[in-house]
Write a protein that binds this ligand. Structure first.
Ligand code: AMP
Ligand code: MG
Length: 479
């Protein structure tokens, strides 16, 4: 199957017209293909080369259409930095339709009814970041929207400076957000709210279709999914940066990559988003913000489900799901396979020690994956050795309870502790080259993003340490 042979349908358009804006993409000038992800293509059943599909660029650019494609932008609301905005919507994203359980969406394809003061565009810099990070999140085993292809163009787009416009073709089983429910609740369109809930059940939770209390049960699943995804982020050192409720997907996957960052040296309250002056979306705050956002969703869904029961569900499910998933991922990262509740304390104390040692979070785990009792192999990458030294004593004693051999433990740890992390400094290098029309690094990064724990001997330069000046920097939201 070729990409350009796909046939799409648009079940979302069966909802009331207030839910969407039927709009065509506005093409960019002189579009050209920068990168494709065959791995994402497999989700659509594409087995022919995406590079050789001559229609791919035009479909991304909106000058060709896939069969059955009826393009539209979605309407939603959202709490942005704690404040409610009653109407947002896809200001620069245009949906193409659905196939194989995946909804295809262009990002950066021009104005829609919801563009407000924006230009409907996405610049090359932010598109490269979103394209690569979508695939990297999948490579890390964390639920996310995917990216199939990226095009560049000659179209000038105004940001702090003039930049070039680009478009990413994104895939997701759903593009409905918490803010979609907030829109209908705030507009008091309660029949439409229920229709949306039924749509979401059909799209993302079909096993609940004929269940009693299906909306409450759906809410419970959203709580669990969201908690697990955020636990995934904290376990790999990922800071999303803009956890507004319009950026929270209804099936709990990572969505809308903006000024995100991975931790360099471990810093619990690191804030990647330059405009987040209060640190609302700091690294460690993400756990509590997930809960807060789910509270907003419970309010938005309250016309169709018992609110008190929903709050109880939230309390029962959220922290348990979060803690279990975090513990599961972190014990694997540490190579601890025998069940021991005391490991929760070992993990907590590790985080404090990492912060006091000024040590790169992910590099620490990669080094630990070859740890043989020689502490200097770890301590040599820390600025301050003392805090971590005594923690390593505790770790040594804990390892004695394990039954696996050291060699087996190392193999298992190397398979879960990534060598390649899309840190901002490395993404920036790829962006600088791309601005000079060299896209080789974008394509190399795609390879390591999809299999970050493998060695990739020819691509070692992509995991070089972060230069001091680039450590834990903040990023501008403009994209
Ligand atoms: P974000 O924080 O990127 O998720 O964006 C928040 C809202 O602003 C969403 O409704 C976006 O669609 C919209 N938006 C962001 N950038 C633009 C742009 N350049 N043009 C139009 N709308 C935009
Ligand atoms: Mg968004």
């Amino acid at each position: 199957m070729k990409f350009s042979q796909l046939q799409l349908t648009s079940p979302y358009l069966k909802l009331e017209p207030l839910s969407f804006d039927k709009v065509d993409p506005t093409p960019l000038d002189n579009p050209f293909l920068i990168s494709v992800s065959p791995d994402a293509g497999m989700l659509l059943g594409i087995d022919e080369s995406l590079w050789e599909d001559e229609k791919l660029v035009n479909i991304l650019n909106g000058t060709d259409k896939l069969e059955g494609s009826d393009t539209f932008a979605m309407c939603y609301a959202g709490h942005q930095f704690g404040y409610f905005v009653p109407r947002l919507g896809d200001g620069r994203a245009i949906n193409l339709g659905e196939v194989n359980g995946q909804n295809l969406q262009l990002k950066g394809s021009g104005l829609t009814l919801y563009s407000r003061q924006g230009d409907g565009r996405a610049v090359l810099r932010s598109s490269i970041r979103e394209y690569l990070m979508s695939e990297a999140m999948h490579g890390l085993g964390i639920k996310t929207t995917r990216a199939l292809a990226l095009i560049g163009s000659d179209t000038d787009v105004a940001r702090e400076q003039w930049e070039k416009g680009a478009i990413v073709l994104r895939l997701s089983p759903t593009w409905v957000r918490f803010g979609s429910f907030e829109f209908f609740n705030a507009s008091r369109e309660l029949k439409m709210l229920q229709e949306l809930a039924d749509y979401v059940i059909a799209e993302s939770f079909p096993h609940l279709t004929d269940e009693e209390n299906c909306y409450l049960k759906m809410y419970a699943e959203i709580v669990k999914n969201t908690a697990e995804t955020i636990a995934g982020w904290l376990s790999v050192g990922f800071n999303h940066g803009v956890m507004n409720t319009d950026n929270m997907s209804i099936d709990g996957r990572t969505i809308d990559y903006g000024p995100f960052a991975f931790l360099d040296d471990y810093k619990a309250y690191y804030v990647c988003n330059h405009t987040d002056t209060d640190g609302r979306y700091s690294f460690t705050s993400q756990k509590g913000i997930g809960y807060w956002n789910l509270e907003r969703l419970a309010v938005a869904m309250s016309p169709i489900m018992n609110h008190e029961a929903a709050v109880e569900v939230l309390d029962e499910v959220y922290y348990t799901a979060y803690d279990n998933e975090y513990f599961r991922r972190m014990t694997k990262r540490l190579g601890l396979y025998e069940v021991d509740e005391k490991d929760r304390h070992l993990i907590d104390s590790m985080l404090g020690r990492l912060e006091n040692s000024s040590i790169d979070f992910n590099l620490f785990f990669r080094k630990l994956s070859r740890y043989d009792g020689d502490k200097s192999s770890i301590l040599d990458i820390a600025v301050y050795r003392k805090p971590l030294e005594s923690w390593l004593d505790d770790y040594d004693s804990r390892l004695k309870k394990e039954t696996l051999s050291q060699e087996e433990r190392h193999q298992k740890m190397l398979a879960v502790n990534p060598k390649y992390i899309l840190k901002n400094h490395i993404l920036q290098e790829a962006i600088d080259l791309a601005k000079a029309d060299d896209f080789s690094m974008v394509n190399d990064l795609l390879k390591v993003a999809l299999s970050p724990c493998e060695e990739h001997e020819d691509l070692e330069h992509l995991c070089k340490p972060t230069p001091q000046r680039a450590k834990n920097i903040k990023l501008s939201c403009s994209s």
